[in-house]
Design a protein around this ligand. Structure first.
Ligand code: FAD
Length: 389
């Protein structure tokens, strides 16, 4: 059996998922190199800051929507059968205000907040149906899933004041502090080797394979850094700043809303993470803003809005002083004007597969985008094998 030497650059959710799928083929010898690894918190590393929930944003019929549809079964399977990965089921309520429809956040979430979204046909409403207690592993079983009720629009008389429509379904919430190391462990089980390195140029990655041999293929999963990395320098890539905080309070389920009265780039979402990860409260959606520091004014407004959106966050009679803050943070979503770039390339004679530019949806498209990238790697390695014959 001929072997394929592959270097994956980047250890965010994109690089790790791509490495995991590639390493399932024993012919692939995979090295993962990255400037930042799970455990690090840095403004150049988006993945640890994510919520991370599954809330489809892709427009009906788009590649984006298809990637979200195709990633759901993998996330559902992990929540159901491998809770040690740091993923759990959570009900989510999504509220929409028509007055947000022309704002940045309203447009970002237009598909998600519509009363008749494409994903309503496959997401379930498991927790609410009474069939499944997501915190009880004994109750998790596919049979119970089959009996769960579907996505539901809330009746008008149950809508909070100022809300034009709202929907509820069972999503997942991923705790990146558990999930990213779990992905590393799964990759290592399959023989992947991890190395710290910071590259100036993407073609230099070909010299970093753990065998000492030149890599046959380099996979570029450097997220926002693809804007400046030598040999890529993609000026379509830009940051969308997200300010968040993590609190110890737990409201019991997830909530999100289309916008706020604090400006078109401010929004509110509340995601209780799996496995004691606390609750993430956001946030902002600020295009082309590189500020790495939490802004106390934003933080104050985020807390006020969160309590309004879900008063269950604090005890009755409490205000924001009832929030028990673990940390404030900022992450930069690695967005790209034309959407994610997943394609083959050749730079300085090195065969490259790109997989970057997943904006605010990197987790919820992770498996399908990684599968596409892995398919392109296979096309290159098969070409190499044919050339040897
Ligand atoms: P990153 O995680 O940024 O990883 C890039 C990797 O490349 C790092 O390891 C870095 O060190 C490495 N690298 C970069 N340059 C170099 C170099 N020169 N040499 C070597 N290595 C290099 N997504 C969801 O699906 N659901 C959500 O609910 C969600 N919420 C979010 C909330 C916030 C506040 C933010 C900021 C993001 C959110 N996202 C969410 C989006 C998600 O976090 C990103 O799409 C995803 O993390 C991008 O992952 P990545 O692996 O492509 O990039």
């Amino acid at each position: 059996m001929s072997t394929n030497n592959i270097v994956v650059v980047g250890a965010g959710v994109t690089g790790l998922t791509t490495a995991l799928l590639l390493s399932k083929n024993p012919a692939n010898k995979v090295t993962v190199i990255a400037k930042h690894m799970p455990g690090d918190y840095d403004i150049e590393y988006a993945s640890p800051w994510a919520g991370a929930s599954y809330m489809p944003f892709g427009k009906k019929g788009s590649d984006h929507a298809e990637w979200e549809r195709a990633t759901w079964p993998a996330l559902q399977n992990l929540a159901e059968n491998q809770p040690e990965s740091g993923i759990h089921f959570q009900d989510i309520t999504i509220q929409n205000r028509l007055k947000d429809q022309n704002t940045v956040t309203g447009q970002w979430s237009a598909e998600l907040t519509s009363a008749n979204p494409w994903f309503k046909d496959f997401v379930l409403n498991v927790c609410d149906s009474g069939y499944l207690d997501p915190s009880d592993p004994i109750q998790r079983s596919p049979a119970l899933f089959n009996q769960a009720t579907q996505f539901q629009n809330l009746p008008r008389d149950q809508l909070p004041p100022g809300i034009d429509n709202a929907q509820k379904f069972t999503s997942v919430c991923i705790n990146p502090a558990i999930y990213l190391p779990w992905l590393v462990s799964q990759c290592m089980k399959n023989g992947c080797v991890f190395k710290r390195a910071s590259l100036e140029h993407i073609s230099n990655a070909a010299e970093t394979h753990h065998t000492g041999h030149k890599a046959d293929v380099v996979v570029n999963c450097t997220g926002l850094a693809s804007r400046t990395l030598g040999g890529v320098a993609d000026n379509q890539v830009y940051p969308v700043r997200g300010q968040i905080m993590i609190v110890r309070n737990d409201p019991g389920s997830m909530t999100s809303i289309s916008g706020s009265d604090d400006g078109g780039e401010e929004v509110t979402y509340i995601f209780p993470r799996a496995a004691g990860g606390g609750t993430v409260i956001g946030g902002t959606y600020q295009k082309d803003n590189w500020d790495p520091l939490p802004d106390p004014n934003f933080a104050n407004r985020i807390m006020q809005r969160a309590l309004k959106l879900d008063p269950r966050l604090v005890k009755e009679g409490q205000g924001v002083e009832g929030l028990d803050i673990v940390r404030h943070g900022v992450g930069l979503r690695p967005a790209r004007t034309d959407g994610p770039r997943i394609e083959k390339d050749q730079v300085n004679g090195v065969r490259i597969v790109h997989n970057y530019g997943h904006g605010g949806f990197g987790y919820q498209v992770s498996f399908s985008c990684a599968e596409k990238a892995a398919g392109l790697v296979t096309e290159i390695t098969q070409q190499k094998d044919r050339a040897k014959l």
